[in-house]
Ligand binder design. Sequence first.
Ligand SMILES: C[S@@+](CC[C@H](N)C(=O)[O-])C[C@H]1O[C@@H](n2cnc3c(N)ncnc32)[C@H](O)[C@@H]1O
Length: 588
Amino acid sequence: MDSSERYCYKPTLQWNPQVQDYLVKAYGAQHFSRISKALTYPSCYTCIRVNTLKSTSDDVIDKLRELISERMTPVPDDLVEDVNDPATVELQSGIVSKCQVPGLDYVLFFKGSGPHSIDYDACTSDKPLKEVIVSRKCAEAVLRGAQVYVPGVLACSANVEKGDKVAVSVAIEQLRPDGGWAVGITRGIVVQGSEADPQFIERRGLYIGEGTAALSRAGMFRVNEGVAVDMHNRVFKLPSLHGVLEGEIFLQNLPSIISAHALDPQPGERIIDMCAAPGGKTTAIALLMKDRGEVVATDRSHNKVRNIQKLAAEMGLSCINAYKLDALKACRRCVSDDKPVLYSSDDLPVQTSELLRLTMEASLAILDVKSNGDEKHHENESDGNTNHGVYTSKASLRKSIRKMKNGPGRNQSIGGRVENSKGFPPDSFDRVLLDAPCSALGLRPRLFAGEETLESLRHNAEYQRRMFDQAVQLVRPGGVIVYSTCTINPGENEGLVRYALDTYNFLSLTPQSPKLGGPGIVGKCDHPDGHTEEWLRPGEEDLVQRFDPSSPLDTIGFFIAKFAVGPKVSGLQANISNLETANANLEQ
Ligand SMILES: C[S@@+](CC[C@H](N)C(=O)[O-])C[C@H]1O[C@@H](n2cnc3c(N)ncnc32)[C@H](O)[C@@H]1O
Protein backbone atom coordinates (compact mmCIF):
# COMPACT_ATOMS: atom_id res chain seq x y z
CA MET A 1 0.00 0.00 0.00
CA ASP A 2 1.51 3.36 -0.97
CA SER A 3 1.59 6.26 1.47
CA SER A 4 -1.13 8.26 -0.31
CA GLU A 5 -3.52 5.38 0.32
CA ARG A 6 -2.28 4.69 3.82
CA TYR A 7 -2.41 8.26 5.10
CA CYS A 8 -5.45 9.56 3.24
CA TYR A 9 -8.76 11.04 4.41
CA LYS A 10 -11.56 8.75 3.18
CA PRO A 11 -13.79 8.06 6.17
CA THR A 12 -16.88 5.89 5.97
CA LEU A 13 -19.61 7.07 8.29
CA GLN A 14 -20.76 4.29 10.63
CA TRP A 15 -24.51 4.07 11.30
CA ASN A 16 -26.63 1.91 13.50
CA PRO A 17 -27.78 -0.78 11.00
CA GLN A 18 -31.52 -0.23 11.63
CA VAL A 19 -31.14 3.52 11.30
CA GLN A 20 -29.22 3.01 8.06
CA ASP A 21 -32.03 0.77 6.68
CA TYR A 22 -34.60 3.40 7.65
CA LEU A 23 -32.67 6.23 5.99
CA VAL A 24 -32.07 4.11 2.88
CA LYS A 25 -35.87 3.62 2.67
CA ALA A 26 -36.38 7.38 2.97
CA TYR A 27 -33.72 8.52 0.50
CA GLY A 28 -32.91 5.50 -1.69
CA ALA A 29 -29.55 3.72 -1.40
CA GLN A 30 -27.56 5.95 -3.75
CA HIS A 31 -28.80 9.24 -2.39
CA PHE A 32 -28.24 8.09 1.19
CA SER A 33 -24.71 7.03 0.34
CA ARG A 34 -24.01 10.51 -1.12
CA ILE A 35 -25.44 12.17 2.00
CA SER A 36 -23.44 9.88 4.26
CA LYS A 37 -20.22 10.78 2.45
CA ALA A 38 -20.99 14.52 2.38
CA LEU A 39 -21.52 14.47 6.14
CA THR A 40 -17.89 13.43 6.67
CA TYR A 41 -16.66 16.61 4.93
CA PRO A 42 -17.02 20.18 6.18
CA SER A 43 -18.75 22.68 3.88
CA CYS A 44 -16.10 24.19 1.63
CA TYR A 45 -16.82 27.74 2.71
CA THR A 46 -17.38 29.65 5.90
CA CYS A 47 -20.64 31.55 6.01
CA ILE A 48 -20.50 34.96 7.71
CA ARG A 49 -23.48 37.05 8.77
CA VAL A 50 -22.64 40.76 8.97
CA ASN A 51 -24.09 42.67 11.90
CA THR A 52 -25.83 45.36 9.87
CA LEU A 53 -26.31 47.48 13.00
CA LYS A 54 -22.56 47.93 13.26
CA SER A 55 -21.10 47.46 9.80
CA THR A 56 -21.69 46.81 6.11
CA SER A 57 -20.76 43.87 3.92
CA ASP A 58 -18.27 46.01 1.98
CA ASP A 59 -16.55 47.18 5.17
CA VAL A 60 -16.31 43.63 6.47
CA ILE A 61 -14.92 42.39 3.15
CA ASP A 62 -12.24 45.12 3.25
CA LYS A 63 -11.38 44.35 6.88
CA LEU A 64 -11.13 40.62 6.21
CA ARG A 65 -8.85 41.21 3.23
CA GLU A 66 -6.69 43.51 5.33
CA LEU A 67 -6.55 40.97 8.14
CA ILE A 68 -5.50 38.23 5.79
CA SER A 69 -2.71 40.30 4.30
CA GLU A 70 -1.61 41.43 7.79
CA ARG A 71 -1.45 37.85 8.91
CA MET A 72 0.67 36.90 5.93
CA THR A 73 3.22 39.78 6.11
CA PRO A 74 5.91 39.65 7.32
CA VAL A 75 5.85 35.96 6.58
CA PRO A 76 7.10 33.99 9.57
CA ASP A 77 9.55 31.24 8.67
CA ASP A 78 7.14 28.49 9.52
CA LEU A 79 4.51 29.97 7.20
CA VAL A 80 6.67 30.15 4.10
CA GLU A 81 5.29 26.83 3.00
CA ASP A 82 1.69 28.02 3.48
CA VAL A 83 2.20 31.11 1.38
CA ASN A 84 3.26 28.90 -1.48
CA ASP A 85 0.25 26.70 -1.01
CA PRO A 86 -2.40 27.33 -3.68
CA ALA A 87 -5.21 27.33 -1.11
CA THR A 88 -3.49 29.97 1.00
CA VAL A 89 -2.81 32.15 -2.02
CA GLU A 90 -6.47 31.82 -2.91
CA LEU A 91 -7.45 33.07 0.56
CA GLN A 92 -4.88 35.82 0.36
CA SER A 93 -6.33 37.17 -2.86
CA GLY A 94 -9.58 37.47 -1.00
CA ILE A 95 -12.10 34.89 -2.02
CA VAL A 96 -14.81 36.54 0.03
CA SER A 97 -18.07 37.03 -1.82
CA LYS A 98 -21.52 38.38 -1.06
CA CYS A 99 -24.48 36.06 -1.19
CA GLN A 100 -26.32 36.76 -4.44
CA VAL A 101 -29.79 35.90 -3.12
CA PRO A 102 -31.92 39.08 -2.99
CA GLY A 103 -32.09 40.38 0.59
CA LEU A 104 -29.10 38.30 1.69
CA ASP A 105 -26.26 40.59 0.63
CA TYR A 106 -25.27 40.91 4.31
CA VAL A 107 -24.25 37.24 4.15
CA LEU A 108 -20.68 36.59 3.02
CA PHE A 109 -19.00 33.40 1.89
CA PHE A 110 -15.34 32.87 2.66
CA LYS A 111 -14.12 30.15 0.37
CA GLY A 112 -12.00 27.25 1.54
CA SER A 113 -10.80 24.16 -0.28
CA GLY A 114 -10.39 20.41 0.08
CA PRO A 115 -10.02 17.59 0.45
CA HIS A 116 -6.29 17.87 -0.23
CA SER A 117 -3.98 14.92 -0.19
CA ILE A 118 -0.98 15.46 2.03
CA ASP A 119 2.41 13.95 1.41
CA TYR A 120 3.28 13.13 5.02
CA ASP A 121 6.21 10.95 4.02
CA ALA A 122 7.89 13.78 2.08
CA CYS A 123 8.46 15.72 5.31
CA THR A 124 9.83 12.77 7.19
CA SER A 125 11.53 10.74 4.47
CA ASP A 126 14.69 10.33 6.52
CA LYS A 127 12.91 9.06 9.65
CA PRO A 128 9.73 7.16 10.56
CA LEU A 129 6.47 9.10 10.62
CA LYS A 130 5.67 10.65 13.98
CA GLU A 131 2.00 10.55 14.81
CA VAL A 132 -0.65 11.98 17.08
CA ILE A 133 -4.09 10.38 17.34
CA VAL A 134 -6.95 12.63 18.42
CA SER A 135 -10.52 12.09 19.59
CA ARG A 136 -13.45 12.31 17.17
CA LYS A 137 -14.74 15.61 18.58
CA CYS A 138 -11.26 17.12 18.33
CA ALA A 139 -10.91 15.92 14.72
CA GLU A 140 -14.30 17.36 13.76
CA ALA A 141 -13.16 20.74 15.10
CA VAL A 142 -9.79 20.47 13.32
CA LEU A 143 -11.59 19.75 10.04
CA ARG A 144 -13.43 23.05 10.57
CA GLY A 145 -10.17 24.94 11.06
CA ALA A 146 -9.28 24.55 14.76
CA GLN A 147 -5.94 23.53 16.28
CA VAL A 148 -5.39 20.30 18.20
CA TYR A 149 -5.81 21.10 21.89
CA VAL A 150 -4.36 18.95 24.67
CA PRO A 151 -7.66 17.39 25.88
CA GLY A 152 -8.26 16.07 22.34
CA VAL A 153 -5.02 14.06 22.20
CA LEU A 154 -5.53 10.32 22.70
CA ALA A 155 -2.19 8.84 21.70
CA CYS A 156 1.20 9.86 20.40
CA SER A 157 4.40 8.31 19.04
CA ALA A 158 7.06 7.62 21.66
CA ASN A 159 9.68 10.06 20.47
CA VAL A 160 7.67 13.21 19.73
CA GLU A 161 9.44 16.38 20.84
CA LYS A 162 8.25 19.97 20.71
CA GLY A 163 8.74 21.30 17.17
CA ASP A 164 8.48 17.89 15.46
CA LYS A 165 6.24 17.50 12.46
CA VAL A 166 3.47 15.04 13.23
CA ALA A 167 0.78 13.36 11.17
CA VAL A 168 -2.60 13.71 12.86
CA SER A 169 -5.25 10.99 12.60
CA VAL A 170 -8.49 10.31 14.43
CA ALA A 171 -9.76 7.36 16.48
CA ILE A 172 -13.37 6.52 15.74
CA GLU A 173 -15.79 4.12 17.38
CA GLN A 174 -15.73 0.63 15.86
CA LEU A 175 -18.43 -2.02 16.00
CA ARG A 176 -17.46 -4.64 18.57
CA PRO A 177 -18.43 -8.33 18.54
CA ASP A 178 -21.06 -7.68 21.25
CA GLY A 179 -22.83 -5.23 18.90
CA GLY A 180 -21.71 -2.11 20.82
CA TRP A 181 -19.41 0.67 19.67
CA ALA A 182 -16.05 1.46 21.24
CA VAL A 183 -12.89 3.38 20.46
CA GLY A 184 -10.02 0.90 20.29
CA ILE A 185 -7.39 3.34 21.49
CA THR A 186 -6.74 3.92 25.16
CA ARG A 187 -5.61 7.43 26.10
CA GLY A 188 -1.87 7.66 26.50
CA ILE A 189 -0.83 4.59 24.54
CA VAL A 190 2.27 4.77 22.37
CA VAL A 191 1.58 4.83 18.66
CA GLN A 192 3.84 2.31 16.94
CA GLY A 193 3.55 3.77 13.43
CA SER A 194 3.86 0.47 11.62
CA GLU A 195 1.46 -2.03 10.16
CA ALA A 196 2.24 -4.23 13.14
CA ASP A 197 0.50 -1.63 15.25
CA PRO A 198 -2.86 -3.17 16.34
CA GLN A 199 -4.64 0.18 15.87
CA PHE A 200 -3.20 0.78 12.43
CA ILE A 201 -6.27 -0.51 10.54
CA GLU A 202 -8.57 1.63 12.66
CA ARG A 203 -6.97 4.89 11.57
CA ARG A 204 -6.55 4.03 7.90
CA GLY A 205 -8.32 6.67 5.80
CA LEU A 206 -8.60 8.89 8.86
CA TYR A 207 -5.60 11.22 8.55
CA ILE A 208 -6.71 14.84 8.85
CA GLY A 209 -3.47 16.74 8.37
CA GLU A 210 -0.01 17.56 9.52
CA GLY A 211 1.13 19.92 12.24
CA THR A 212 3.99 20.93 14.48
CA ALA A 213 4.00 19.51 17.98
CA ALA A 214 3.65 22.42 20.42
CA LEU A 215 4.58 20.07 23.28
CA SER A 216 6.61 16.90 23.71
CA ARG A 217 4.76 13.62 24.14
CA ALA A 218 5.27 13.87 27.91
CA GLY A 219 3.91 17.41 27.90
CA MET A 220 0.79 16.41 26.00
CA PHE A 221 -0.19 14.01 28.75
CA ARG A 222 1.02 16.14 31.64
CA VAL A 223 -0.78 19.44 31.09
CA ASN A 224 -4.55 19.90 30.91
CA GLU A 225 -4.92 22.67 28.38
CA GLY A 226 -3.35 24.56 25.52
CA VAL A 227 -2.45 23.77 21.93
CA ALA A 228 -0.84 20.35 21.48
CA VAL A 229 -0.36 20.45 17.72
CA ASP A 230 -0.26 23.57 15.59
CA MET A 231 -1.89 22.40 12.36
CA HIS A 232 -0.26 23.87 9.26
CA ASN A 233 -1.26 21.44 6.54
CA ARG A 234 -4.85 20.27 6.59
CA VAL A 235 -6.98 18.09 4.38
CA PHE A 236 -9.53 20.94 4.36
CA LYS A 237 -8.25 24.48 4.29
CA LEU A 238 -10.90 26.72 5.83
CA PRO A 239 -10.24 30.19 7.21
CA SER A 240 -10.19 30.24 10.99
CA LEU A 241 -12.17 33.36 11.89
CA HIS A 242 -12.41 32.59 15.59
CA GLY A 243 -12.37 35.87 17.52
CA VAL A 244 -12.17 37.94 14.32
CA LEU A 245 -14.30 41.15 14.08
CA GLU A 246 -16.26 40.18 17.20
CA GLY A 247 -19.65 41.88 17.33
CA GLU A 248 -19.38 42.87 13.68
CA ILE A 249 -19.76 39.41 12.22
CA PHE A 250 -21.28 36.12 13.31
CA LEU A 251 -20.36 32.77 11.80
CA GLN A 252 -23.58 30.96 11.00
CA ASN A 253 -24.70 28.21 8.65
CA LEU A 254 -26.64 29.46 5.65
CA PRO A 255 -29.82 27.41 6.43
CA SER A 256 -29.92 28.91 9.93
CA ILE A 257 -29.92 32.39 8.42
CA ILE A 258 -32.65 31.30 6.02
CA SER A 259 -34.79 30.04 8.91
CA ALA A 260 -34.74 33.53 10.46
CA HIS A 261 -35.89 34.95 7.11
CA ALA A 262 -38.58 32.29 6.79
CA LEU A 263 -40.04 33.57 10.07
CA ASP A 264 -40.32 36.98 8.35
CA PRO A 265 -40.04 38.97 11.61
CA GLN A 266 -41.29 42.56 11.43
CA PRO A 267 -40.05 45.56 13.43
CA GLY A 268 -42.24 46.13 16.50
CA GLU A 269 -43.45 42.55 16.78
CA ARG A 270 -43.12 40.25 19.77
CA ILE A 271 -41.38 37.03 18.90
CA ILE A 272 -40.23 34.03 20.92
CA ASP A 273 -37.27 31.83 20.07
CA MET A 274 -38.07 28.83 22.28
CA CYS A 275 -34.74 26.96 22.15
CA ALA A 276 -32.49 29.87 21.55
CA ALA A 277 -28.96 29.20 22.80
CA PRO A 278 -26.36 30.18 21.77
CA GLY A 279 -28.48 32.87 20.13
CA GLY A 280 -27.52 32.63 16.46
CA LYS A 281 -31.08 32.74 15.18
CA THR A 282 -32.22 35.07 17.98
CA THR A 283 -29.75 37.72 16.89
CA ALA A 284 -30.53 37.14 13.20
CA ILE A 285 -34.22 37.74 13.99
CA ALA A 286 -33.48 40.84 16.06
CA LEU A 287 -31.47 42.31 13.19
CA LEU A 288 -34.25 41.64 10.70
CA MET A 289 -36.53 43.53 13.13
CA LYS A 290 -34.01 46.40 13.13
CA ASP A 291 -33.79 45.91 16.90
CA ARG A 292 -37.37 47.18 17.30
CA GLY A 293 -39.96 45.13 19.17
CA GLU A 294 -39.05 42.22 21.43
CA VAL A 295 -37.36 38.92 20.87
CA VAL A 296 -37.85 36.66 23.86
CA ALA A 297 -35.04 34.10 23.79
CA THR A 298 -35.49 31.09 26.06
CA ASP A 299 -33.37 28.04 26.77
CA ARG A 300 -33.40 25.54 29.59
CA SER A 301 -29.73 25.92 30.35
CA HIS A 302 -28.74 28.75 32.68
CA ASN A 303 -25.22 29.09 31.28
CA LYS A 304 -26.46 29.04 27.74
CA VAL A 305 -28.92 31.83 28.51
CA ARG A 306 -25.95 33.86 29.73
CA ASN A 307 -24.27 33.23 26.41
CA ILE A 308 -27.32 34.57 24.59
CA GLN A 309 -27.17 37.70 26.74
CA LYS A 310 -23.45 38.10 26.04
CA LEU A 311 -23.95 37.67 22.31
CA ALA A 312 -26.82 40.18 22.25
CA ALA A 313 -24.67 42.70 24.15
CA GLU A 314 -21.69 42.10 21.89
CA MET A 315 -23.84 42.67 18.81
CA GLY A 316 -25.40 45.78 20.36
CA LEU A 317 -28.95 44.39 20.24
CA SER A 318 -31.29 45.67 22.93
CA CYS A 319 -34.59 44.10 21.85
CA ILE A 320 -33.56 40.65 23.08
CA ASN A 321 -34.72 39.44 26.49
CA ALA A 322 -33.30 36.06 27.44
CA TYR A 323 -34.78 33.76 30.09
CA LYS A 324 -34.15 30.34 31.48
CA LEU A 325 -37.24 28.30 30.66
CA ASP A 326 -38.11 24.73 29.83
CA ALA A 327 -39.78 24.87 26.41
CA LEU A 328 -42.05 22.02 27.50
CA LYS A 329 -43.59 24.44 30.01
CA ALA A 330 -43.35 27.57 27.90
CA CYS A 331 -47.05 28.36 27.87
CA ARG A 332 -48.78 29.11 31.11
CA ARG A 333 -52.51 29.52 30.96
CA CYS A 334 -52.56 31.14 34.41
CA VAL A 335 -50.46 31.21 37.51
CA SER A 336 -51.33 29.49 40.76
CA ASP A 337 -48.60 30.95 42.94
CA ASP A 338 -48.98 31.68 46.63
CA LYS A 339 -48.99 35.34 45.77
CA PRO A 340 -51.83 35.85 43.39
CA VAL A 341 -50.56 37.64 40.32
CA LEU A 342 -51.81 37.62 36.84
CA TYR A 343 -48.71 36.45 34.99
CA SER A 344 -45.38 37.23 36.53
CA SER A 345 -44.33 40.79 35.89
CA ASP A 346 -41.00 39.43 34.66
CA ASP A 347 -42.50 38.00 31.57
CA LEU A 348 -45.21 40.41 30.65
CA PRO A 349 -45.07 41.27 27.00
CA VAL A 350 -43.65 44.54 25.75
CA GLN A 351 -45.66 44.54 22.55
CA THR A 352 -48.39 42.43 24.08
CA SER A 353 -51.12 41.13 21.83
CA GLU A 354 -54.31 43.12 21.69
CA LEU A 355 -56.10 40.17 23.21
CA LEU A 356 -53.98 40.17 26.34
CA ARG A 357 -54.21 43.93 26.69
CA LEU A 358 -58.00 43.66 26.61
CA THR A 359 -57.85 40.87 29.18
CA MET A 360 -55.74 43.02 31.46
CA GLU A 361 -58.06 45.97 31.09
CA ALA A 362 -61.05 43.77 31.77
CA SER A 363 -59.34 42.49 34.94
CA LEU A 364 -58.79 46.06 36.08
CA ALA A 365 -62.42 46.79 35.51
CA ILE A 366 -63.37 43.76 37.63
CA LEU A 367 -61.12 45.04 40.39
CA ASP A 368 -62.70 48.45 40.23
CA VAL A 369 -66.04 46.82 40.83
CA LYS A 370 -64.59 44.98 43.85
CA SER A 371 -64.66 48.15 45.91
CA ASN A 372 -63.03 46.73 49.06
CA GLY A 373 -59.96 45.90 46.99
CA ASP A 374 -59.31 42.55 48.70
CA GLU A 375 -57.24 40.08 46.80
CA LYS A 376 -58.72 36.70 46.13
CA HIS A 377 -57.24 33.71 44.48
CA HIS A 378 -60.13 32.07 42.77
CA GLU A 379 -59.59 28.60 41.36
CA ASN A 380 -61.71 27.31 38.61
CA GLU A 381 -62.55 23.90 40.03
CA SER A 382 -63.42 22.44 36.68
CA ASP A 383 -59.72 22.34 35.78
CA GLY A 384 -57.46 21.89 38.75
CA ASN A 385 -54.33 21.67 36.60
CA THR A 386 -53.95 24.75 34.53
CA ASN A 387 -57.02 26.80 34.11
CA HIS A 388 -57.03 28.90 37.23
CA GLY A 389 -59.00 32.12 37.12
CA VAL A 390 -56.73 34.58 38.91
CA TYR A 391 -57.50 37.93 40.53
CA THR A 392 -54.82 40.32 41.49
CA SER A 393 -54.41 43.68 43.14
CA LYS A 394 -54.92 46.87 41.16
CA ALA A 395 -51.47 48.08 42.18
CA SER A 396 -49.90 44.89 41.01
CA LEU A 397 -51.70 45.07 37.70
CA ARG A 398 -50.81 48.73 37.22
CA LYS A 399 -47.18 47.88 37.95
CA SER A 400 -47.42 45.09 35.40
CA ILE A 401 -48.89 47.37 32.79
CA ARG A 402 -46.16 49.94 33.49
CA LYS A 403 -43.68 47.19 32.95
CA MET A 404 -45.44 46.21 29.74
CA LYS A 405 -44.85 49.70 28.46
CA ASN A 406 -41.23 49.89 29.58
CA GLY A 407 -40.38 46.33 28.76
CA PRO A 408 -39.16 43.64 31.13
CA GLY A 409 -35.45 43.27 31.72
CA ARG A 410 -34.87 45.66 28.86
CA ASN A 411 -31.23 46.11 29.76
CA GLN A 412 -30.52 42.58 30.80
CA SER A 413 -28.44 41.97 27.70
CA ILE A 414 -25.70 44.28 28.97
CA GLY A 415 -24.65 41.82 31.61
CA GLY A 416 -27.62 41.39 33.93
CA ARG A 417 -28.39 38.17 35.77
CA VAL A 418 -30.22 35.28 34.19
CA GLU A 419 -33.90 35.41 35.00
CA ASN A 420 -36.10 32.37 35.26
CA SER A 421 -39.38 32.62 33.45
CA LYS A 422 -42.48 30.78 34.57
CA GLY A 423 -43.81 30.70 31.04
CA PHE A 424 -45.87 33.03 28.92
CA PRO A 425 -49.59 33.50 28.41
CA PRO A 426 -51.32 31.87 25.47
CA ASP A 427 -51.51 33.81 22.21
CA SER A 428 -48.89 36.28 23.44
CA PHE A 429 -46.49 36.15 20.50
CA ASP A 430 -46.82 37.27 16.91
CA ARG A 431 -44.32 34.67 15.75
CA VAL A 432 -42.65 31.64 17.26
CA LEU A 433 -39.41 30.01 16.24
CA LEU A 434 -38.96 26.45 17.43
CA ASP A 435 -35.44 25.48 16.42
CA ALA A 436 -35.79 22.20 18.19
CA PRO A 437 -33.12 20.12 19.88
CA CYS A 438 -32.70 17.16 17.54
CA SER A 439 -30.49 14.23 16.59
CA ALA A 440 -28.23 16.73 14.72
CA LEU A 441 -27.67 14.18 11.94
CA GLY A 442 -27.18 17.03 9.48
CA LEU A 443 -24.19 18.63 11.18
CA ARG A 444 -20.91 18.48 9.28
CA PRO A 445 -18.23 17.28 9.48
CA ARG A 446 -19.46 14.22 11.33
CA LEU A 447 -17.24 11.19 11.74
CA PHE A 448 -19.59 8.81 13.54
CA ALA A 449 -23.36 8.37 13.49
CA GLY A 450 -23.76 5.00 15.23
CA GLU A 451 -24.95 6.49 18.52
CA GLU A 452 -28.46 7.13 17.20
CA THR A 453 -30.89 4.21 17.30
CA LEU A 454 -34.45 4.01 15.98
CA GLU A 455 -35.60 4.39 19.60
CA SER A 456 -33.54 7.51 20.22
CA LEU A 457 -34.76 9.05 16.96
CA ARG A 458 -38.35 8.33 17.91
CA HIS A 459 -37.78 9.76 21.38
CA ASN A 460 -36.51 13.00 19.77
CA ALA A 461 -39.62 13.20 17.62
CA GLU A 462 -41.87 12.82 20.68
CA TYR A 463 -39.95 15.53 22.55
CA GLN A 464 -40.26 17.87 19.58
CA ARG A 465 -44.03 17.29 19.33
CA ARG A 466 -44.45 18.25 22.98
CA MET A 467 -42.48 21.43 22.37
CA PHE A 468 -44.49 22.13 19.25
CA ASP A 469 -47.72 21.82 21.30
CA GLN A 470 -46.37 24.67 23.43
CA ALA A 471 -45.46 26.73 20.37
CA VAL A 472 -49.04 26.37 19.10
CA GLN A 473 -50.37 27.74 22.39
CA LEU A 474 -47.95 30.67 22.51
CA VAL A 475 -48.64 32.03 19.04
CA ARG A 476 -51.58 34.34 18.46
CA PRO A 477 -54.21 33.57 15.82
CA GLY A 478 -52.98 35.06 12.57
CA GLY A 479 -49.39 34.51 13.67
CA VAL A 480 -46.62 32.28 12.35
CA ILE A 481 -44.65 29.30 13.64
CA VAL A 482 -41.37 28.27 12.08
CA TYR A 483 -40.07 24.84 13.01
CA SER A 484 -36.50 23.88 12.14
CA THR A 485 -33.95 21.17 12.84
CA CYS A 486 -30.41 20.34 11.79
CA THR A 487 -31.10 16.69 11.12
CA ILE A 488 -31.69 14.59 8.02
CA ASN A 489 -34.06 12.30 9.97
CA PRO A 490 -37.53 12.53 8.31
CA GLY A 491 -39.20 11.45 11.56
CA GLU A 492 -38.07 14.72 13.21
CA ASN A 493 -38.88 16.79 10.13
CA GLU A 494 -41.69 15.68 7.83
CA GLY A 495 -43.02 13.51 10.71
CA LEU A 496 -43.45 16.64 12.87
CA VAL A 497 -45.22 18.45 10.04
CA ARG A 498 -47.64 15.54 9.66
CA TYR A 499 -48.32 15.59 13.42
CA ALA A 500 -48.86 19.36 13.36
CA LEU A 501 -51.27 19.36 10.43
CA ASP A 502 -53.21 16.33 11.66
CA THR A 503 -53.49 17.60 15.24
CA TYR A 504 -54.25 21.30 14.72
CA ASN A 505 -56.70 21.99 11.95
CA PHE A 506 -56.07 25.75 12.21
CA LEU A 507 -52.46 25.30 11.07
CA SER A 508 -51.43 25.27 7.43
CA LEU A 509 -48.06 25.09 5.70
CA THR A 510 -47.22 28.38 4.11
CA PRO A 511 -44.57 29.33 1.51
CA GLN A 512 -41.16 30.49 2.68
CA SER A 513 -38.93 33.20 1.35
CA PRO A 514 -36.17 32.88 0.36
CA LYS A 515 -36.48 29.28 -0.78
CA LEU A 516 -33.07 27.75 -1.36
CA GLY A 517 -33.68 24.27 0.02
CA GLY A 518 -35.17 21.32 -1.86
CA PRO A 519 -38.55 19.64 -1.39
CA GLY A 520 -39.57 17.55 1.60
CA ILE A 521 -40.12 13.80 1.60
CA VAL A 522 -43.55 12.49 0.71
CA GLY A 523 -44.65 9.08 1.97
CA LYS A 524 -44.38 6.98 5.09
CA CYS A 525 -42.25 4.32 6.69
CA ASP A 526 -43.50 1.09 8.22
CA HIS A 527 -41.14 0.20 11.04
CA PRO A 528 -40.38 -3.45 11.88
CA ASP A 529 -42.24 -3.09 15.21
CA GLY A 530 -45.50 -2.24 13.38
CA HIS A 531 -45.27 1.51 14.00
CA THR A 532 -46.01 3.60 10.91
CA GLU A 533 -44.36 6.97 10.57
CA GLU A 534 -46.15 9.32 8.19
CA TRP A 535 -44.34 12.09 6.37
CA LEU A 536 -45.70 14.62 3.88
CA ARG A 537 -48.65 14.13 1.54
CA PRO A 538 -48.46 15.01 -2.15
CA GLY A 539 -48.73 18.76 -2.63
CA GLU A 540 -47.02 19.56 0.70
CA GLU A 541 -43.43 18.85 -0.35
CA ASP A 542 -42.69 22.24 -1.93
CA LEU A 543 -43.93 24.15 1.11
CA VAL A 544 -41.00 23.03 3.26
CA GLN A 545 -37.26 23.51 2.75
CA ARG A 546 -34.90 20.62 3.07
CA PHE A 547 -31.18 21.38 2.87
CA ASP A 548 -29.31 18.36 1.57
CA PRO A 549 -25.63 18.15 2.57
CA SER A 550 -24.84 16.34 -0.70
CA SER A 551 -26.37 19.09 -2.88
CA PRO A 552 -24.26 21.73 -4.68
CA LEU A 553 -25.29 24.30 -2.05
CA ASP A 554 -22.87 22.39 0.24
CA THR A 555 -24.66 23.20 3.50
CA ILE A 556 -25.39 21.25 6.65
CA GLY A 557 -28.49 19.02 6.57
CA PHE A 558 -31.36 21.23 7.72
CA PHE A 559 -35.15 21.37 7.59
CA ILE A 560 -37.57 24.32 7.79
CA ALA A 561 -41.37 24.28 7.92
CA LYS A 562 -43.46 27.43 8.23
CA PHE A 563 -47.01 27.30 9.56
CA ALA A 564 -49.67 29.98 9.26
CA VAL A 565 -51.94 30.04 12.30
CA GLY A 566 -55.65 30.46 11.59
CA PRO A 567 -58.38 31.40 14.07
CA LYS A 568 -57.72 29.08 16.97
CA VAL A 569 -61.04 29.28 18.73
CA SER A 570 -62.93 27.78 15.87
CA GLY A 571 -60.19 25.19 15.49
CA LEU A 572 -60.37 24.26 19.17
CA GLN A 573 -64.13 24.27 19.05
CA ALA A 574 -63.93 21.98 16.06
CA ASN A 575 -61.60 19.68 18.04
CA ILE A 576 -63.92 19.78 21.03
CA SER A 577 -66.92 19.03 18.89
CA ASN A 578 -64.98 16.16 17.27
CA LEU A 579 -64.30 14.84 20.77
CA GLU A 580 -67.94 15.30 21.75
CA THR A 581 -69.04 13.43 18.66
CA ALA A 582 -66.57 10.66 19.42
CA ASN A 583 -67.83 10.48 23.03
CA ALA A 584 -71.44 10.43 21.89
CA ASN A 585 -70.62 7.62 19.47
CA LEU A 586 -68.96 5.67 22.27
CA GLU A 587 -71.95 6.12 24.56
CA GLN A 588 -74.38 4.86 21.94
C1 LIG B 1 -30.62 23.40 18.11
S1 LIG B 1 -30.10 24.17 19.56
C2 LIG B 1 -30.65 25.80 19.32
C3 LIG B 1 -29.74 26.63 18.48
C4 LIG B 1 -30.16 28.09 18.42
N1 LIG B 1 -31.54 28.21 17.98
C5 LIG B 1 -29.28 28.92 17.53
O1 LIG B 1 -29.59 29.12 16.37
O2 LIG B 1 -28.25 29.40 18.02
C6 LIG B 1 -31.24 23.55 20.71
C7 LIG B 1 -31.23 24.22 22.06
O3 LIG B 1 -32.36 23.70 22.75
C8 LIG B 1 -32.06 23.73 24.12
N2 LIG B 1 -33.05 22.84 24.79
C9 LIG B 1 -33.11 21.49 24.82
N3 LIG B 1 -34.18 21.08 25.51
C10 LIG B 1 -34.83 22.21 25.92
C11 LIG B 1 -36.00 22.46 26.68
N4 LIG B 1 -36.74 21.46 27.17
N5 LIG B 1 -36.35 23.73 26.90
C12 LIG B 1 -35.60 24.77 26.42
N6 LIG B 1 -34.48 24.59 25.70
C13 LIG B 1 -34.10 23.33 25.44
C14 LIG B 1 -30.63 23.30 24.22
O4 LIG B 1 -30.04 23.79 25.41
C15 LIG B 1 -30.05 23.94 22.96
O5 LIG B 1 -29.43 25.15 23.29
